[in-house]
Design a protein around this ligand. Structure first.
Ligand code: NDP
Length: 328
């Protein structure tokens, strides 16, 4: 029998999870739950139905795991501890500073009710965190480097759109090639924010707006742009739509380590992602961890976990026996 999955929240991730389930034969999408009127939300899976989120608890016995696809700012801090009372759940909570507090909240309700919850699943946090952990455990003496991009930063794009005179805008974070090269050569450079990334902005200005002032306001914005070399391009609304409507992202996690006693040797571990669609990829990770949540719960586990706590075998659709044959 396939794993019966529910989705709560149907935005970019919700749609991505729906696509990802289609690629996993051991899983089946049963229902999508939304806070909007269900008739306004059109899903693609013909065998699944859209319900109002108030109906989800009533479907407790029809779902093995629920993937929470709300936003990290205000949805998940409420939704994950609440729905972990009733279901095995997985979320993509990415508010780094608040992960420990989120863990505690979710751990309480999931443990009390005998469910498994896996939080902060995705690529960052998620696959990047896991690869940093593996690399640090293997090479305890060394330095970590994380580069992001080339990709769209939602936070920086929002910041541009708040500048007076800006109608719309997109921001790309781009790693500095020379910095990447130096790290890959084992030079262990000390890099400032400016030396690691540049920021490129595509801005649609309101009619008659002072372009020089907009550019200055963006480039001098503290926290977001002031510490980086930033380029601002003014483009038309049509151009923004045509060339910048995608949500690509990715990056590099690199550990540069040393081993040896009298003679020293250098080692570089690199994990990289080049994603055409940030939400579709994040959703693929969520679905693999949903499988793990379901399996762990079947084995009697409960409580909150992160990607650090899940053994790789639980993620794979293959059995442990099949996987062992692939060790070599
Ligand atoms: P969206 O803004 O697309 O969706 C968030 C919620 O908004 C949805 O669940 C939906 O809830 C509601 N919504 C979506 N579209 C509409 C609409 N047209 N009208 C009204 N409401 C709508 O966010 P994303 O899916 O792009 O991202 C969700 C979170 O995922 C982000 O906040 C981010 O923190 C996290 N994330 C994590 C990553 C990681 O690596 N860990 C990577 C990428 C993202 P409802 O259906 O109930 O209305």
């Amino acid at each position: 029998m396939s794993i019966r999955v529910g989705i709560i929240g149907y935005g970019n991730l919700g749609r991505g999870v729906e696509c990802a389930i289609k690629q996993n034969n051991d899983m089946e999408l049963v229902a999508v739950f939304t806070r909007r009127p269900p008739q306004e939300v059109n899903i693609l899976t013909e065998t699944a139905k859209v319900y109002h989120v108030d109906e989800v608890v009533g479907m407790k016995d029809s779902l093995d795991v629920v993937i929470l696809c709300g936003g990290s700012a205000t949805d998940l801090p409420k939704q994950t501890p609440e729905y972990a009372k009733y279901f095995n759940v997985v979320d993509s909570f990415d508010n780094h500073a608040n992960i420990p507090a989120h863990f505690d909240e979710v751990n309480k309700t999931s443990t009390e009710n005998g469910n498994v919850a896996i939080i902060s699943v995705g690529w960052d946090p998620g696959m990047f965190s896991l690869n940093r952990l593996y690399a640090n455990a293997i090479l305890p003496v060394g330095s970590d480097y994380t580069f992001w991009g080339k990709g769209v930063s939602q936070g920086h794009s929002d910041a541009i759109r708040r500048v007076a005179g800006v109608k719309d805008g997109k921001q790309y974070t781009i790693p500095v090639e020379a910095a990447l090269e130096s790290v890959r050569n084992g030079e262990n450079p000390k890099l400032t924010a400016r030396e690691k990334h540049t920021r490129e902005c595509f801005v649609v200005a309101e009619e008659g707006a002072d372009l020089a002032k907009i550019e200055q306001d963006i480039k001098s914005m503290p926290n977001y742009f002031a510490d980086y070399d930033t380029t601002v391009h003014f483009i038309s609304e049509e151009e923004l739509k045509k060339n910048h409507s995608g949500i690509p992202h990715g990056g590099f996690v690199i550990r540069s380590g040393k081993t040896g006693w009298e003679e020293e040797h250098s080692h570089i571990i690199e994990y990289s992602l080049k994603l055409d669609s940030n939400p579709e990829f994040t959703s693929c990770v969520l679905v693999a961890y949903a499988r793990a949540a379901y399996r762990l719960n079947k084995e009697g586990h409960k409580g909150c976990k992160t990607v650090f706590d899940i053994a790789p075998t639980y993620l794979s659709a293959k059995s442990p026996e099949e996987l062992r044959k692939e060790l070599l």
